[in-house]
Design a protein around this ligand. Sequence first.
Ligand code: NAG
Ligand code: NAG
Ligand code: NAG
Length: 431
Amino acid sequence: MADLRFVAALLIALLVVNSVQGRPDPLLKLHSSEHDLPREFWSSLAPPVDRHRHQLRLDNGLAATPPMGWNSWNHFACSVNEAVIFETADALVSTGLAAKGYNYVNLDDCWAALHRDNQGNLQARTATFPSGIKALADYVHSKGLKLGIYSDAGYYTCASQPGSLGYEVQDAQTFASWEIDYLKYDNCFTDGSKPEYRYPVMRDALNKTGRHMFFSMCEWGVDNPATWANNVGNSWRTTGDISDNWNSMVGIAELNNEWADYATPGGWNDPDMLEVGNGGMTVDEYRSHFSLWALMKAPLLIGCDVRNIGAEILEILANEEVIAVNQDPLGVQGKRIKREGLTGLEVWSGPLSSGRVVLLLWNKSSKSANITASWSDLGIENGTPVTIRDLWKHETITEAEMDTIRREVPSHGVKMFVITPTNDESLSKAF
Ligand SMILES: *[C@@H]1O[C@H](CO)[C@@H](O)[C@H](O)[C@H]1NC(C)=O
Ligand SMILES: *[C@@H]1O[C@H](CO)[C@@H](O)[C@H](O)[C@H]1NC(C)=O
Ligand SMILES: CC(=O)N[C@H]1CO[C@H](CO)[C@@H](O)[C@@H]1O
């Protein structure tokens, strides 16, 4: 403990020096040995979170609410081509998903040729993207949608197309000239320097183009980006890649939850794209996945083949009431507030605008179970008159003075509610 306290004092001194020098960049520049301390240690040192740190936010006018759209990777990986992009744009519109807010169509890795052209510009892979990226942008824009692209803060992307390290300004200009709206920026094949140094270079290059492009940082959470990325990216991955199975989804939700207090409008924690609809989880599990991502104010980036989407999956992704939780203007990430020992029964919650509260009862266990949340857990005074809206049944289920809610939840399933106190002074200051 004494050692930790010494290191803590040292770091606080560093912070003070940094702020005295008025550095524009609030980064803690650390030696790697200091970085091997447990994550809890870093969280404990973090300054108290001011949810309205507007002066620190990335000032590009984007991401007032988490981004919504689609990304090619989870379903297509490297077998993406331009037909998939054209047809997905069409499908987002024809399924009604675009009208619900899913407006980014994002290319992931494998769109670029393996070599830059003789001026050093990135270029589309001619075999799979013969029309070029600008044609995709024009098409997607004609549908009222936006186009996202992918690059990497290293020498190569993870699938070995050229990376943007050292080419930040040139590549940002290329993206702007193609009228790109969103950049996902990965972390493979780097020069070994910290993401804290490499990502702001691209932030500045994007800014310099004058085109407003959403900046999605994908450094996998390795350097705790929640603590420093608020003025670098519009979102930052908090974890490694998701896979289409229950254990992966649960583990990622838990990791992302650790950083809840750092999300603000303009900069969001990103637990990776949705797997809903890819076939590796049950419908109940996908409903849990989607509900959790919505509650955690995660980017809602569909990862399935929207061209061939089934009715049950569409019903999940198109649930307007759950989407509204994600897009709530208050912009506070909900989090786990209670768990019943190791039974896998959990209560997640967070504040919404207009004094409302979102409540998620999640049964991670292998059997159906009753889960109870009490108003005191939620920051609502006992006996407050409330209305309770079930976001999956689309029913206002009760209007009563009560102090707990108890519901049976299927194995691996959720119940999700919005609770609205109907008397104004009823919300305590618990949040
Ligand atoms: C660039 O940064 C300035 C200062 O933070 C900001 O006012 C401007 O909107 C940014 N422009 C873009 C395109 O992000
Ligand atoms: C949940 O509670 C209800 C009412 O008390 C009871 O009938 C039901 O069997 C319980 N379900 C489980 C899975 O324990
Ligand atoms: C493993 C398991 O069954 N866990 C929980 C889920 O539901 C059952 C039934 O209520 C509880 O006993 C457990 O807490």
